[in-house]
Design a protein. Structure first.
Length: 95
């Protein structure tokens, strides 16, 4: 136990490359590449909901303009994410 706390390992332990549980040692992990359109739509919806809440509460402040800007800037972002996902599908379809 004292050896474990000092950072030493048992002599019977084989040192090798670290592997994740359930992943074979010879398999390389690929980076995550999820579809991005749902994130863009979620961001647009979040700004819209926040703006509507501010309107219902009667808030007439800079936050309302910030929500409007976030909502409107989300549409060019959505266009970029649609293009990204099309390229993603093309990359995955290539051999």
């Amino acid at each position: 136990m004292a050896n474990d706390l000092a950072g030493e390992r048992d002599p019977g332990h084989t040192r090798g490359p670290r592997t994740m549980i359930g992943v074979p040692a010879n398999r390389e992990l690929e980076p995550l590449d999820p579809p991005m359109v749902p994130f863009a739509i979620g961001g647009i919806a979040a700004w819209a909901v926040a703006g509507l809440v501010l309107l219902v509460l009667g808030a007439r402040s800079d936050w309302l303009w910030i929500c409007l800007a976030g909502f409107l800037v989300g549409f060019p972002g959505l266009a970029v994410m649609i293009k990204h996902d099309a390229n993603r599908r093309r990359r995955r379809a290539a051999p």
